[in-house]
Design a binder for this molecule. Structure first.
Ligand SMILES: Nc1ncnc2c1ncn2[C@@H]1O[C@H](COP(=O)(O)OP(=O)(O)OP(=O)(O)O)[C@@H](O)[C@H]1O
Length: 453
């Protein structure tokens, strides 16, 4: 509930406003000092300020001084000044000082309510814009305010200007490619190419020539010498998505390229030096693959000089809403629609949903909801989601064990980030011993925490 501060020494007006502003949490003050105290304590979004305050209720001096103090302390607050009848001069003075609007007594409940609603909406919009601007200032394409995504973004920002081989881990659709591009865009190689290749989507027999290129006549159909993706990225960055799907034979060749920074085209005889940064990604558990000997251990250490784990959307607190609003604006523009926002039910359903497809799933849902929405706001139904009552996690879980596992994994991850990745502190926050914490991390496959990423 948005909070409003009413500054007025007239108890009748206080009562009237409390009654007519039932959609808000209303707090009161009767003079300048108490107004400032309440402002500090409650951080209201909107203040209605009577200019005639004690000890000088007949003049506007005390009210104007209060206005200046409020705006100096909290410039984003929307202040609506309330003046005596016909006191236009002071009203205009207040607006010149930065008041959002003015209102002349006597107070009409409906009108002041409309004014306050508009002021609160504007405040919320400005707040959202500030948050978007804040997130876009560092890693520009990474949208998200949650603590875990901020930590990961900072890590990515730190390594962007180095050439360290980076391994991005995360479920499908969490934004691994977006991160890879952002790292490239923040690096000294940003004016050179960024070339992405998905190792899982290219048949095994073609992957080698796709990566390393081939000489004319190397095989049937090789009519002319062709550069591979690595060579075309010369000076820039190669993003190898789904590195876990790279066949073992090719892994050896990849290792040689990473160690010696030279490549040989298929059918070629000469070594070609390449100056390239490599970023790899996978949704697989490479450590397990190393144990199973389906991924070379030496390659694992070579591609993962630094490992960054991108958290799944369900662990990113309110980011889901921030992202949904961003996509909503984006799709409104793309499809020429005028959907205004998300209903409370839609917000609740989105916060409850498990987002197995992560940001990609959210994007798809928003896209069809914007196109199909009947009203001006998106409902849970438009997103194909259901609102569950609190504690009703079991509805789309397999059984109680799954509900418990999900809740425990979430709690562990939250405590881990809250304690800035300190294991002892994480265990303390969760009220378990360190060995218990480690066994839970193993049990729930929280690999990012295990590797300290
Ligand atoms: N932080 C973000 N802000 C806005 N959009 C994002 C963000 N992260 C990802 N996206 C969008 O989500 C979609 C999925 O992102 P991306 O392809 O980078 O995920 P991925 O982890 O590489 O997926 P996969 O493993 O399936 O290849 C893309 O359309 C991307 O534009």
């Amino acid at each position: 509930m948005d909070r409003i501060l009413v500054v007025d020494d007239d108890l009748g007006i206080q009562k009237q406003l409390k009654w007519s502003l039932s959609d808000y949490e209303v707090v009161f003050a009767e003079d300048r000092q108490s107004a400032i105290n309440q402002l500090r304590r409650f951080e209201p979004k909107v203040v209605t300020l009577d200019l005639g305050l004690p000890p000088d209720p007949a003049n506007a001096s005390e009210g104007l001084a209060a206005l200046e103090e409020i705006l100096a302390l909290s410039p984003q607050t929307k202040v609506i000044v309330v003046t005596g009848n016909n006191d236009k001069e002071n009203a205009l003075k207040a607006v010149a000082l930065g008041a959002y609007d003015f209102y002349q007594k006597p107070i009409d409940s409906d009108t002041i309510q409309i004014l306050i609603n508009r002021a609160a909406n504007l405040y919320n919009l400005e707040l959202e814009n500030r948050q978007l601007a804040k997130t876009s200032s560092s890693m520009s394409k990474i949208i998200g305010n949650s603590e875990c995504i901020q930590l990961v973004s900072r890590k990515a920002e730190k390594i962007a200007q180095t050439d360290i081989s980076t391994l991005l881990l995360g479920e499908s659709g969490t934004g691994k490619e977006v991160f890879a591009r952002s790292i490239h865009d923040h690096s000294l190689r940003k004016d050179k190419p960024f070339v992405a290749i998905n190792c899982a989507s290219i048949p095994e027999n073609l992957l080698e020539s796709e990566l390393f290129g081939y000489e004319k006549g190397a095989f049937t159909g090789a009519n002319k010498t062709t550069l591979g993706k690595i060579e075309t990225a010369q000076g820039g960055t190669v993003f190898l998505d789904e590195i876990g799907d790279m066949p073992l034979g090719l892994q050896a060749k990849m290792l040689r390229f990473l160690q010696e920074r030279v490549i040989e085209r298929v059918g070629g005889r000469s070594e070609i030096p390449v100056d390239i940064r490599v970023i790899c990604a996978t949704h697989r558990n490479l450590q397990d693959m190393v144990t199973e000997q389906t991924f070379r251990e030496d390659l694992f250490y070579r591609v993962g000089e630094i490992i960054i784990s991108i958290p799944p959307l369900r662990d990113r607190e309110n980011d889901v809403i921030l992202l949904a609003k961003t996509f909503l604006n984006q799709y409104n523009e793309e499809f020429g629609t005028k959907v205004k926002g998300l209903s409370d039910g839609a917000v609740k359903a989105m916060l409850q949903h498990k987002w197995k497809g992560n940001i990609r799933e959210l994007q798809n849902k928003l896209k069809s909801a914007v196109i199909l929405a009947e009203g001006s706001t998106i409902q849970a139904d438009d997103l194909g989601l259901m609102v569950r009552e609190d504690g009703d996690d079991a509805v789309d879980s397999l059984n109680l064990r799954e509900v418990r596992e999900l809740a425990e994994s979430r709690a562990i991850r939250r405590a881990y980030y809250q304690s800035e990745k300190n294991m002892s502190r994480t265990a303390e926050l969760l009220g378990v011993t360190r060995p218990t914490l480690y066994s839970l991390i193993d049990k729930y496959h929280l690999d990012d925490i295990k590797t300290g990423a």
